[in-house]
Design a protein around this ligand. Structure first.
Ligand SMILES: Nc1nc2c(ncn2[C@@H]2O[C@H](COP(=O)(O)OP(=O)(O)OP(=O)(O)O)[C@@H](O)[C@H]2O)c(=O)[nH]1
Ligand SMILES: [Mg+2]
Length: 290
C-alpha cells in the first residue's frame, strides 16, 4: 500500500526510462503490454486519455485522491453539445475582439476561462479545435512561435468566454506584463486558467516560470498537456508524472490536482476538457460531484 503522494511518485518514476534508448525499449515493451493488457484505442473521443495509459502501470497514474473530476460518458457528451452550433436557433458563437490590455477590454457579466502557456504550445489550436464545427469562427494558428500578440476573446452562446492569450518565452510580446499578467491579476469574471504544457517535452524551464507566476498571483489554474498525438505512450506517461512531481515539489496550491491531456489534431481528450470547462463555468452538473 503506497500512502504519501511523494512515495507514490518515487514508485512511478522508478518505472520510467531515464534515457532515449530506455524510452525506446519501454515503448516497445509497452506495445507488447498493449497487446496483453488491451490499451484503449485513441478513437474513443469521450474518454479521459489517461485511461488508455493506465494499463502501462499497476498503480494509478494519478493518485485516486487527486482525481476529483470523473464525469460519466453521458455528461461528457452533453458538454460537447454545448460547442455544437446545431442547437437552438440564434445561439451565438462569436469572436468578440482583440485587446492589448485588460483596462480597455469590456467587462462582461459572463464567466471567462483563459488559455496561457509558452509560445507555440498550441493555445490557439486548442480553441480552433473546440470551434471546429463553427466554420465562421476562425482562430489563427501558426507554426511560428509568438504568433498571437493580443488577447482574443470568443463568446460561447453567452454562457462563457474563452480567451486566447499571447504566449510567453520565445518571441513573446513586449507588452506581456501589461496584457496577460495584468489580465490575470485584475479580471473579475476569470473563472479558471488553463496552463498548457507540451506533452512531447513535459514541463520545461519556461513552464516553471509560468507556474510560479500563477502561484504568486494565486489564480486557480489547471494544467493541460497538449499535442498528445505526437507523444508516444511512454513519453506521455513520463510527461504526466513530471507534471505531478513538479506540482508536488513546488507545493502548487492554486493548481487543480488532476492534469488534462489533449490533442487538437485528432481531438483526443477534447470532449473531456470541454466537460471541465462547462463544469467550472456552471454550465454542466456532474452527478458524482453534486
Ligand atoms: N500535432 C499537433 N500539432 C499541434 C497541436 N496543437 C498545435 N499544434 C501545432 O503547433 C503549432 C503552434 O500552434 P498554435 O496553436 O499557433 O500555438 P500557440 O500556443 O497559440 O502559439 P503562440 O500564439 O505563438 O503563442 C502549429 O503548427 C499547430 O498546428 C496538436 O495537438 N497536435
Ligand atoms: Mg496563439
Amino acid at each position: 500500500m503506497i500512502s504519501s503522494s511523494s512515495a507514490r511518485l518515487r514508485v512511478l518514476i522508478s518505472y520510467l526510462p531515464q534515457s532515449w534508448s530506455c524510452l525506446k525499449s519501454l515503448h516497445m515493451s509497452s506495445q507488447q503490454q498493449a497487446q496483453n493488457r488491451q490499451i484503449i484505442p485513441v478513437s474513443d473521443l469521450f474518454t479521459n486519455p489517461v485511461d488508455r495509459l493506465q494499463p502501462m502501470l499497476q498503480i494509478p497514474i494519478i493518485p485516486n485522491s487527486d482525481v476529483s473530476f470523473t464525469p460519466s460518458r453521458e455528461e461528457i457528451e452533453a458538454a460537447s453539445i454545448l460547442f455544437d452550433p446545431q442547437n437552438v436557433k440564434g445561439e451565438k458563437f462569436q469572436f468578440l475582439g482583440s485587446w492589448p490590455n485588460p483596462h480597455i477590454m469590456p467587462k462582461w457579466d459572463v464567466p471567462e476561462v483563459a488559455f496561457i502557456g509558452k509560445s507555440n504550445v498550441g493555445k490557439s489550436s486548442l480553441l480552433a479545435a473546440m470551434f471546429a464545427q463553427i466554420p465562421d469562427l476562425e482562430v489563427k494558428v501558426s507554426k511560428k512561435p509568438g504568433h498571437t500578440k493580443l488577447m482574443n476573446v470568443f463568446n460561447v452562446k453567452d454562457m462563457f468566454h474563452l480567451v486566447d492569450m499571447p504566449g510567453y518565452g520565445f518571441n513573446m510580446p513586449d507588452h506581456f506584463e501589461t496584457s496577460v499578467e495584468a489580465y490575470l491579476k485584475s479580471r473579475r469574471n476569470l473563472t479558471r486558467v488553463f496552463m498548457l504544457i507540451d506533452a512531447t517535452s513535459g514541463p520545461v524551464d519556461v513552464d516553471h516560470i509560468g507556474i510560479d507566476m500563477m502561484e504568486d498571483m494565486a489564480v486557480p489554474y489547471v494544467i493541460v498537456l497538449t499535442k498528445i498525438d505526437l507523444a508516444r505512450p511512454s513519453t506521455l506517461l513520463r510527461s504526466v508524472v513530471s507534471v505531478l512531481k513538479f506540482r508536488d515539489e513546488t507545493k502548487a496550491h492554486s493548481c487543480f490536482p488532476q492534469p488534462f491531456l489533449v490533442s487538437s489534431m485528432d481531438g483526443e481528450g477534447l470532449a473531456f476538457l470541454q466537460a471541465f470547462i462547462a463544469y467550472v463555468t456552471g454550465n454542466l452538473k456532474i452527478k458524482s460531484l453534486s
